[in-house]
Design a protein around this ligand. Structure first.
Ligand code: GDP
Ligand code: ZN
Length: 446
C-alpha cells in the first residue's frame, strides 16, 4: 500500500511562533523540496537554507532536513522545512510545494500513512492525537505510553492467549472421533481462565486510560448557600464562581475544566436547587437539571451542622436515578465535634479552610475508576473499550460452550470473532470506513 502522491501541510500549531514547520511526505518529497531549498543535506542532518519561490524570491529561511523512506514517521520520504513561525510564510511554503506537484494533506493523513505503511498500529496513531489533545500531564504521559506501544503490547498478549485457546479447541475438534475427550482436559479450563483474567485486567486498565483521555463530569448540587461555589473555587484554585451570602446567587450553570491531580474533570456548579423564583431563576433551574442529566457523578453538598435534612433528602431523591452521588458535608469547620459523622457514602470537608479536600479528591478518583497512584497507565478510547467488551462477551460465550460441551465448533468460531474484535484495536482487522472516521478526526498536519 504505497501512496503515489506527495502531501504537504504545516505541522506546527496554527498561529504565530518562533519556529514553524512545513512537512512533506511522499515519493516526490525530496525532489519538490530541492526545488525550494536547493540541494538537500544528507539524510537526518539539518542544513540552513533559503526557501525560494519559482522566481527566486525568498519566502523564508531556516533549516531543512530529510528522512529517506522507509526510515521516517510515515515510512515515505519526508522533508521538513523549519522556518519562522509566521502563518503567512508557512502558507506560502505550502503553496510553493503544491506548485511543484505536492497536494495539501487531509486531516490525519501523515498518521494514516504511517499506519498504512506499518510504522505504527492504529492504537498508536490514535495515541498521537490523544497526546496532542491531552488536558492533564497524567493524560499526556498515558498517551505517550500508548504511543510507545504499551497498550498494543497488552492487546497482543491477550490475543496470544485467545489464539492458543483457539488452536487447542480446534485441535480437540479434529480428534473428536477418537476415544480421548480433549475438551475434558484440565489444561483447557486453565487456558480459558487465563484468557479471561488477561482480558479482564486489560479492560480495567483501558477503562482508566479512557478516563484520563475523556475526563469525568462532576456536578455540584445542593441547597442554596451550602458552599457549592466555594467548593468549586477551592478545587479550581482560583476565584471562578461568585461566592456570597445571599441564597440563589449562582443563577446560571458554571463549568470549569480542572486538572484534579491528573484527572481531567469538568466541574459543573448548578444553580442552588430551589423551586419558584423569577423567570431567570427558573431558567437557571432548568439548565441545572440538564447539567445533572449529563453528569457522571453528583456531589450533593449539605451543611455539616444540620446533616442531611428532610429537604435535602427530597432533593437527593429527585436526582436522576442512574446518577451516582456522593454526599459532601461542608462547613465542617463550623460543625461541633458532636455533630453526626457522615456515613459510608459521604465525606466531610470545609471548602473554606480546605480540610478534607484531599480525601474528597481521592474519592472522586475512586468513583472515576482510577486506582490512586497507579503507575504505567496508557491512554485508551471508547472504541477500544467497546472492542474489549465484545471480545470478553465472546470469550465468555465460548467458555460456556466448552464447559457444557455444547457445540464446541461454535466455541471455536466465538474465539475467532473475539480475536477479530481485538484486531480492531490495533487495526489488524478494521474496515476502511472505521479508518476514515478515525483519521478524519485528527487535525491537518498530524
Ligand atoms: P452556594 O450557594 O452553595 O454556592 O454557597 P456559596 O459557596 O456561595 O457559600 C455560601 C456561604 O457559605 C458563603 O458566605 C461562604 O463563604 C460560606 N461557606 C462556604 N463554604 C464554607 C465552609 O466550608 N466553611 C464556612 N465557615 N463557610 C463556608
Ligand atoms: Zn453558588
Amino acid at each position: 500500500m504505497t501512496a503515489t502522491d506527495t502531501i504537504v501541510a504545516v505541522a506546527t500549531a496554527a498561529g504565530r511562533g518562533g519556529v514553524g514547520i512545513v512537512r512533506l511526505s511522499g515519493p516526490d518529497a525530496a525532489a519538490i523540496a530541492a526545488r525550494i531549498a536547493g540541494t538537500l543535506p544528507a539524510p537526518r542532518t539539518a542544513a540552513y537554507r533559503r526557501f525560494r519561490d519559482r522566481n527566486g524570491a525568498t519566502l523564508d529561511s531556516g533549516l531543512v532536513l530529510q528522512f529517506v523512506a522507509p526510515q521516517s514517521f510515515t515510512g515515505e520520504t519526508v522533508v521538513e522545512f523549519q522556518g519562522h513561525g509566521s502563518p503567512q510564510a508557512l502558507q506560502l511554503l505550502v503553496a510553493e510545494a503544491c506548485a511543484h506537484g505536492a497536494r495539501p494533506a487531509r486531516a490525519g493523513e501523515f498518521s494514516e500513512r504511517a499506519f498504512l505503511n506499518g510504522r505504527i498500529d492504529l492504537a498508536q496513531a490514535e495515541a498521537i492525537a490523544d497526546l496532542i489533545d491531552a488536558s492533564t500531564a497524567e493524560a499526556a504521559r498515558a498517551a505517550q505510553r500508548s504511543l510507545d506501544g504499551e497498550f498494543s503490547k497488552r492487546v497482543h498478549a491477550a490475543a496470544e492467549r485467545l489464539i492458543e485457546l483457539r488452536m487447542f479447541v480446534e485441535g480437540a475438534l479434529d480428534f473428536s472421533d477418537e476415544d480421548v475427550d480433549w475438551l475434558a482436559d484440565r489444561g483447557l479450563a486453565e487456558r480459558v481462565a487465563e484468557a479471561r483474567t488477561a482480558l479482564a485486567e486489560l479492560l480495567v486498565q483501558a477503562e482508566q486510560g479512557r478516563r484520563l483521555r475523556d475526563g469525568y463530569t462532576v456536578a455540584l448540587t445542593g441547597q442554596p448557600n451550602v458552599g457549592k461555589s466555594t467548593l468549586l473555587n477551592r478545587l479550581a484554585g482560583a476565584d471562578v464562581a461568585i461566592v456570597t451570602d445571599i441564597a440563589g446567587t449562582t443563577r446560571d450553570v458554571l463549568r470549569e475544566n480542572l486538572d484534579l491531580r491528573g484527572l481531567p474533570v469538568t466541574l459543573v456548579d448548578t444553580a442552588g436547587l430551589r423551586d419558584g423564583g423569577d423567570a431567570i431563576e427558573r431558567e437557571g433551574m432548568r439548565r441545572a437539571r440538564l447539567a445533572l442529566e449529563q453528569a457522571e457523578l453528583a456531589l450533593f453538598i449539605v451543611d455539616a451542622r444540620s446533616g442531611i435534612s428532610a429537604e435535602d433528602r427530597m432533593l437527593i431523591d429527585a436526582l436522576p436515578a442512574a446518577l451516582p452521588r456522593l454526599i459532601v458535608h461542608n462547613k465542617a469547620d463550623l460543625a461541633s465535634s458532636t455533630a453526626s459523622l457522615p456515613g459510608n457514602d459521604a465525606v466531610a470537608i470545609s471548602a473554606a479552610t480546605g480540610a478534607g479536600i484531599d480525601a474528597l479528591i481521592a474519592e472522586i478518583h475512586r468513583r472515576a475508576g482510577l486506582r490512586v497512584g497507579e503507575a504505567g497507565l496508557f491512554s485508551a478510547r471508547g472504541r477500544h473499550l467497546d472492542a474489549l467488551r465484545r471480545a470478553q462477551a465472546l470469550l465468555d460465550a465460548a467458555a460456556e460452550r466448552l464447559d457444557e460441551r455444547v457445540l464446541p465448533e461454535l466455541a471455536a468460531e466465538d474465539l475467532r470473532r473475539a480475536l477479530d474484535a481485538l484486531g480492531e484495536i490495533t487495526g489488524a482487522f478494521s474496515s476502511e470506513d472505521l479508518l476514515g472516521r478515525i483519521f478524519a478526526s485528527f487535525c491537518i498536519g498530524k
